[in-house]
Design a protein around this ligand. Structure first.
Ligand code: DC
Length: 685
């Protein structure tokens, strides 16, 4: 998951390949609540791991449910409709799918069994209306206090006296989640009579109600639906655990990859697994909208394959009431269409994680689109052709703590393909706060990079070169972490060659044998890296390659042109999405001469010797500072004076003397350069 402050998306050119999607948020949280209210243990498979489900799981735990989690499988021992904890303060984050049904369930339980519960959230949650639900519950006799503003969380639920003789009325025209909350929780009090729910106003987002009814049925509750206005929960309804239940993948999450296929599935389709034509989620009908725009889709019960059909995409005019969440994806697809796309009947966007109509309009305009926004519609016309004002613009996309904003706008990274763009001058797309995707899809960007491809020279590289013990490895690794980039410690490749040479008894003067050995790395000899470890043919050599004698061997063999040449392609192959930070001696001069930012470290010999001295002491190696100084000087000389790829700053490198800087200060300095240089000239000619 990307925890960086921002994520720069390189221009993407094609999409293709297979991915598996995480479980649906809507289904996950409904299933969790139903399991929590049922008798006995329910094993939930393929549960989505996200902020919203975490909130629900924690609330259930606080209420006394037994929860055992093992990867994406969770065992839940339910309350069997009986409160076991009479007082709890529950923090609901920004999870609408958790606070609404829990409010209804706890209000009813508190009114019949006693108990006091407060429900709070992050500031945005306190701006999201819940009044329609409160208004439905209070006439039944539930005591609900709005602790800050009437109609909004935080809430306090404190007892009451139920009278269920009249039909229960709830508005359905702001959010269908209020009706869902009642449907999920009213079976708790259906012992003595049928319960009738009447919907006031035109019900929106009907497909989500279908999910609710479908899942209630899986838990033994057969709600009778009369049109979309009346729902009857039969007397004596009881939650019965189905034992095991699988959560299908999120159809709204699928929309980004369906769109990627429609835009960039040029050579091969994007194959999405975990959701398909048998889905119970309304957002699966996004497929029809994508097809209307030009996508070519084939499907099975739980898979989809999408490729580009019509190109440019076709503009559409669509009532999106049936696919409110996935419709956001259409607004970004509209950037690739000919003409103006109009999405209607989307008033619910205004009360979601953020005011999505306003947010969408603002961010699309940053990219150069022409947007008209209304109370319940949005119209999007792509940027016009040309580079002057009015064409595509570099954009730093604000995401409003809204996962869908981040995911939708990642599709703007395909802008080089847009019919109105200049294919050779793609614009940069920066996604602010990429971590917000954790709400429903923590590994969204990893999944995107798995199925998106681009020209290697469009993937940005930051090089960090410098002499031995200058701290370049530490700096480069920290930069990679802060930017969410790939990382190449090129010295380790020379060290691995050195280690294997020593182990195999290869003479360090035998240039040919060493070159043959280097050629096998990544081929006959398998390599695997993470930030802390290096595995060679499955063996962890992280410690071994750090030994002094191996460093010496690496220093010697790295002077042979054949060895350097042999390792060149291997190093270039580290250039992967969304970017690379590479450290070494010749990263900016030889391996990545087109790097977007080149840093050359110039710490003094004295300071570097001091650092190395402390490092060796901590490992229990006994040396003197003088010995280290002369060793460093000898190595510097060898690195600087060798015939090929000598250690020297690239002409366009930024020099950084970090002698007096802490690691944090060095990282911040370089990040400052990186941010100041945005939008980076990604394509250097
Ligand atoms: O950075 P390091 O100490 O792990 O590097 C080990 C040796 O590899 C070093 O003596 C020089 C050599 N090297 C190189 O020649 N070119 C690079 N890009 C990286 C390392």
């Amino acid at each position: 998951m990307y925890t960086t402050a921002f994520l720069d998306l390189p221009p993407l050119l094609t999409a293709g390949g297979t991915l598996r999607l995480p479980g649906s948020k809507s289904i996950s949280n409904r299933v969790l609540l139903l399991a929590g209210l049922s008798e006995g243990t329910t094993v939930v498979h393929d549960l989505l791991a996200s902020d919203d489900t975490r909130v629900m799981l924690e609330a259930l735990r606080a209420l006394g449910c037994g929860i055992e989690q093992n990867g994406d499988t969770v065992h839940i021992s339910g309350l069997a409709g009986k409160l076991s904890v009479m007082q709890a303060d529950l923090f609901m984050g920004n999870a609408g799918t958790a606070i609404r049904p829990l409010t209804a369930a706890l209000a009813l339980l508190s009114a019949t069994q006693g108990g006091v519960f407060t429900l709070t959230g992050i500031p945005r949650m306190h701006e999201r209306p819940i009044g329609d639900l409160v208004d439905a519950l209070r006439p039944l006799g539930c005591v609900i206090e709005c602790l800050a503003n009437e109609g909004y969380p935080p809430l306090r639920l404190a007892g009451g006296q139920l009278d269920l003789s009249c039909p229960i009325q709830v508005r359905g025209d702001v959010s269908s989640q209020f009706l869902t909350a009642l449907l999920l929780s009213l079976p708790l009090v259906s012992e003595d009579q049928d319960l009738v729910i009447e919907v006031v106003g035109e019900l929106i987002s009907k497909p989500y109600i279908e999910i609710t009814l479908n899942l209630l049925a899986r838990f033994g509750i057969q709600v009778q639906r009369q049109g979309w206005e009346r729902f009857v929960i039969p007397r004596g309804s009881r939650y019965q655990s189905p034992g095991h239940i699988h959560v299908e993948a999120d159809a709204s999450s699928a929309s980004y990859f369906i769109a990627a296929g429609a835009i960039a599935g040029i050579e091969e389709p994007v194959r999405i697994e975990g959701v398909g034509s048998a889905s119970i989620q309304g957002d699966i009908r996004f497929i029809e909208a994508a097809e209307a725009m030009g996508a070519k889709v084939s499907s099975g019960a739980n898979w989809l394959e999408v490729r580009r059909g019509a190109w440019p995409l076709k503009a559409i005019d669509l009532d999106c009431n049936h696919i409110p969440d996935a419709a956001m994806t259409l607004a970004v697809m509209a950037l690739y269409a000919e003409g103006t796309t109009r999405l209607r009947n989307i008033a619910s966007w205004r009360v979601k994680e953020t005011d999505r109509i306003a947010a969408m309009a603002c961010e699309l305009r940053k990219l150069g689109a022409n947007v008209v926004e209304g109370e319940d519609f949005i119209e999007v016309t792509p940027p016009v052709r040309g580079n002057q004002a009015g064409g595509w613009q570099h954009a730093s996309i604000h995401t409003y703590d809204d996962h869908r904003m981040a995911m939708c706008f990642s599709l703007a990274a395909f802008n080089a393909l847009a019919p109105t763009a200049d294919a050779s001058k793609p614009v940069s797309v920066r996604i602010d706060d990429p971590r917000c995707v954790a709400k429903t899809f923590p590994d969204y960007f990893e999944a995107l990079f798995q199925v998106a491809q681009t020209r290697p020279d469009w993937i940005p590289v930051i090089t960090v070169d410098g002499p031995t013990a200058s701290g370049k490895g530490t700096l480069a690794s920290a930069l990679a972490t802060r930017l969410g980039y790939q990382f190449l410690d090129s010295g380790s490749l020379y060290r691995i060659t050195g280690l294997l040479a020593v182990e195999q008894g290869i003479d360090l003067d035998d240039a040919n044998a060493l070159e043959q050995l280097a050629r096998q790395l990544g081929e006959a000899i398998s390599l695997r890296f993470d930030r802390e470890h290096i595995w060679v043919d499955g063996r962890d050599v992280s410690e071994a390659v750090r030994r002094e004698e191996i460093g010496q061997a690496a220093s010697r063999l790295s002077a042979y042109p054949g060895v350097r040449q042999a390792l060149l392609e291997l190093q270039k192959a580290f250039r992967g999405l969304p970017g690379l930070v590479a450290d070494g001696r010749d990263m900016g001069t030889v391996v990545f001469p087109d790097a977007a930012l080149k840093v050359f470290l110039t710490a003094s010999v004295a300071e570097r010797a001091e650092r190395r001295y402390r490092q060796l002491l901590s490992k229990g190696v006994s040396v003197t500072l003088d010995e280290i100084c002369s060793d460093l000087e000898a190595r510097d000389l060898r690195d600087r004076s060798r015939a090929v790829a000598p250690l020297k700053p690239a002409e366009d490198a930024q020099l950084l003397d970090n002698s007096a800087l802490t690691i944090e200060q060095s990282v911040d300095t370089v990040l400052g350069w990186w941010v100041a240089g945005w939008p980076h000239v990604i394509v250097r000619h």
